[in-house]
Design a protein around this ligand. Structure first.
Ligand code: GLC
Length: 528
């Protein structure tokens, strides 16, 4: 039911918890749900409104939990359903909302449906829940079409031949252990409606919809014209809208989100969903947040913007230009578990961290919801994980370093790894010893630390986030300075090489030291 006040998610700061790497209560080297519950007061004190938890469902963990074998339970590695309930209860007591990850594009190959499909054979209703097809060419030895996997290589896996010599292939847009579901099959739709209800009934406040632009594929699974690498995570959102992508962003997906919206709205408490949709243009992402569809979509254009004041200003302008017509409120995000941490993207080292702090401060003044990724509040950078310890399936399929670097566990306290992450056991990915200076303990109460900057910014944000006007007036068009006004707050970010004069007013928060009333390079400030 709609109320006249804004729903909680509209201006929420949502903190992404990467379950494997947040906190390890049982000391086995892998994060878990009781670990998160124990650390909830930290999130409350940080000043966020909600947490999004990455998948904790039973899974063989070939893609760190994004290969789900049972949507209605908790993987014993991460705890039990009772632990999930305890987490929800405690979070709600502390005034924190909880968003869980929903993975509807594919299951694990260990999901009972896929196992049944393998056993049932070609033409069976069991196989129709996935995308099985015959091969092409002489002897049908070629894959059914020319699609490639986001994780590299062809997007089809060939099954062993049956007794009559016939065989089928199945589609996997990600790893071969992640078969894509057939969303044109009504059983799939019904199953996921049950999954949504199951978690809503347990009290979750929302869902982060994984690969939300996937799900439906071109009906005929036709070849992709002009083969190019699958666009997810690479060169997307570039305003080209010209690539032929029969595997992504098909119109049928929007009807499904209308159905899910009705389901969400049938519960009280403004339950919501946020789409992970790496579409080709921001305008296409806006289609996912039309008034009767999902409430939010990640604004990846912000994350892809360069360290360039003009680029950042353009992104802000374009965000409003694409969302205003559909009446949606924006989101902002700089880091997550799939991309290089923003401190590293902006150059790394002292400069990278200074820029990351400045970009975050600018982001937190914008209207709408902000998504933070665990560890960015400590100024963590992406880490070079030794080859023999890498776990990312994309690394195994392509030999390219992609995501392990941003998934290294959180340093909480102490002088040596594992820095209070769990027991004595070293965590699943090694932690750099230099993080001793970056632990939560080391930064708490320390003037100028990144953690204290986040705490302060989030505290001050609360004084205007919901009440200030939603209009943003961009004040400066120079390539080196991003300046904008939002009601009582003026934001200046110096992406240039020289100090710039500050506007008049009281300094509310500054991401770095100010010198003689000037804003040094790689620094941002809120003036009130
Ligand atoms: C999303 C997730 C990513 C995962 C992929 C397949 O992009 O964020 O981590 O590998 O979907 O589920």
């Amino acid at each position: 039911m709609r109320t006249s006040t804004a729903p909680w998610w509209r201006d929420a700061v949502v903190y992404q918890v990467y379950v494997r790497s947040f906190a390890d209560a049982n000391g086995d080297g892998l994060g878990d749900l009781p670990g998160i519950t124990k650390r909830l007061p930290y999130l409350r004190d940080l000043g966020v409104d909600a947490l999004w938890i990455t998948p904790f469902y039973p899974s063989p963990q070939h893609d760190a939990g994004y290969d789900v074998s049972d949507y209605l339970d908790v993987d014993p590695r991460f705890g039990t359903l009772a632990d999930a309930d305890a987490l929800l209860t405690r979070a709600h007591q502390l005034g924190l909302r909880v968003v869980v990850d929903l993975v509807p594009n594919h299951t694990s190959d260990q999901h009972e449906w896929f196992q049944q499909a393998l056993a049932a054979g070609p033409g069976s209703p069991e196989r129709d829940r996935f995308l099985f097809r015959k091969g092409r060419g002489r002897g049908r030895t070629q894959p059914p079409n020319n699609w490639t996997s986001v994780f590299g290589g062809i997007a089809w896996e060939k099954l062993p031949e049956g007794p009559d010599g016939s065989t089928e292939w199945y589609l996997h847009l990600f790893d071969r252990t992640q078969p894509d579901l057939n969303w044109r099959n009504p059983e799939v739709r019904a199953m996921f409606a049950d999954v949504l209800r199951f978690w809503l009934d347990r009290g979750v406040d929302g869902f982060r919809v994984d690969v939300a632009h996937g799900l439906f594929k071109d009906k005929a699974l036709r070849d992709q014209r002009s083969a190019h690498p699958s666009s997810q995570h690479v060169e997307s959102m570039l305003e080209t809208d010209t690539k032929d992508e029969p595997m992504w962003d098909q119109p049928e997906v929007h009807d499904l989100y209308r159905e899910w919206r009705r389901l969400l709205d049938s519960y009280d408490g403004d339950r919501m969903a946020v789409a992970e949709a790496w579409t080709q243009t921001p305008a296409r992402t806006a289609a996912f947040v039309r008034p009767d569809e999902l409430q939010q979509a990640f604004n990846f254009a912000w994350l892809l913007a360069k360290w360039d004041a003009g680029d950042l200003a353009d992104c802000i302008r374009r965000t409003f230009a694409t969302l205003d017509p559909v009446g949606a409120s924006p989101t902002w995000v700089l880091s997550n578990h799939d991309v290089v941490r923003h401190a590293t993207r902006y150059g790394g080292g002292k400069v990278g961290v200074a820029r990351a702090r400045a970009a975050t401060l600018a982001m937190l003044a914008l209207p709408g919801s902000a998504y933070l990724y665990q560890g960015e509040e400590l100024g963590l950078e992406s880490v070079d994980v030794p080859e023999e310890l890498r776990q990312d399936p994309a690394w195994f399929r392509t030999g390219k370093v992609w995501r392990d670097h941003c998934r290294v566990p959180m340093p909480w306290s102490g002088a040596r790894p594992p820095f209070g992450f769990g027991g004595r056991k070293q965590p699943w990915l090694p932690m750099p010893s230099e993080w001793a200076a970056l632990t939560v303990q080391a930064q708490t109460g320390k003037r100028g630390s990144t953690l204290e900057l986040y705490r302060k910014a989030l505290k001050v944000r609360r004084t205007f986030a919901t009440s200030a006007p939603r209009e943003v007036e961009i004040l400066d068009r120079a390539r080196s300075v991003l300046a904008f006004r939002r009601g009582p707050v003026t934001v200046v970010l110096n992406a240039g090489k020289r100090p710039v004069a500050l506007p008049k007013g009281k300094v509310l928060v500054n991401s770095g030291r100010l010198a003689d009333g000037k804003l040094p390079p790689d620094t941002a400030v809120w003036i009130g």
